[in-house]
Design a protein around this ligand. Structure first.
Ligand code: SAH
Length: 259
């Protein structure tokens, strides 16, 4: 009896690993998140039963305890269970709770990593999240504090201030306020900030400054959104707001095209 926790990547089925694809083919049942191209992924397991157990911000969603119970119950029936999670299962994916539920019932587990949204967003922006000599740290952080969590308010800010490149997950609904807090805490007004919607699939990539978003907030976007900020993002290829002066690569001692 085994449960496979598989990272499905950011959405494009081609960004799934070969291992993920192969193991899906052995699944009897697949419990999957909401933010995925399910028809594309179903090709890997056309005969399995696919159940959506996704949690979507602001919409009715399946309780975590129910997901844990279902995983355990299906595996104990002797079925091969795949828990398919968006991006990488270990990043903001409630993996810990689900692992614990499986371990408590002595079920074997295995984890297959996936491409997390930050990496897919950087790829869409055709940019690096690190810059030699300039950006040596990247933080993946969320300002979202769950219903039953305590004491976490503001922790995201300390983490974001400590890193040179900041990738914000689950942050779009509060973007204006978050950017104002980052400015007040000391990030520079002209810090490049990119907005990537639906990374790896069709979505918008926009480039602004921290100040602009603190003033105006985000435009309305449909898909999941990742925000990336820091000097490394000045090389991002994205629709420019037109309000900022592009900074050339010469400052960093080397040069290449700046979008
Ligand atoms: N485990 C996932 C993250 C789950 S949290 C991972 O590793 O990527 C959900 C958040 O991830 C969303 O609110 C959004 O901020 C981000 N996200 C997930 N898929 C995305 C995508 N295709 N494009 C942009 N952001 C995405």
């Amino acid at each position: 009896m085994k449960v496979w926790f598989i990272g499905a990547g950011p959405g494009d089925p081609e960004l799934m690993t070969r291992k993920a694809w192969r193991l899906l083919g052995q699944a009897d049942v697949v419990l999957h998140d909401a933010l995925m191209d399910i028809p594309g992924m179903k090709e890997a397991a056309p005969h399995a039963q696919w159940l959506e157990v996704g949690k979507r911000s602001g919409r009715p969603s399946v309780e975590q305890a129910f997901i844990c119970r279902t995983l355990v119950a299906l595996a104990k029936r002797g079925l091969t269970v795949v828990r398919l999670k968006g991006g990488d299962p270990a990043i903001f994916g409630r993996l810990a709770e689900e692992l614990q539920a499986c371990r408590a019932e002595k079920l074997d587990v295995e984890i297959v990593p996936g491409v997390t949204a930050a990496c897919a967003a950087a790829a869409d922006l055709q940019t690096s999240l690190t810059l030699r000599g300039e950006s040596r740290s990247v933080v993946f952080v969320t300002p979202r504090v769950g219903k039953y969590e305590t004491g976490a308010q503001g922790e995201w800010l300390a983490a974001a201030m400590a890193a040179q490149t900041v990738v914000l997950y689950m942050a779009s609904s509060q973007a204006k306020d978050l950017c104002a807090k980052l400015l007040a805490a000391g990030k520079a007004k002209d810090t490049p900030l990119c907005i990537v919607e639906n990374a790896s699939r069709t979505g918008q990539q926009l480039k602004h400054t921290l100040f602009e978003i603190a003033q105006r907030g985000l435009p309305a976007l449909e898909g999941p959104v990742t925000l990336l900020l820091g000097q490394a993002l000045r090389y991002a290829k994205a629709q420019d707001s037109g309000l900022e002066k592009p900074i050339t690569g010469q400052q960093a001692g080397w040069s290449y095209g700046v979008a």
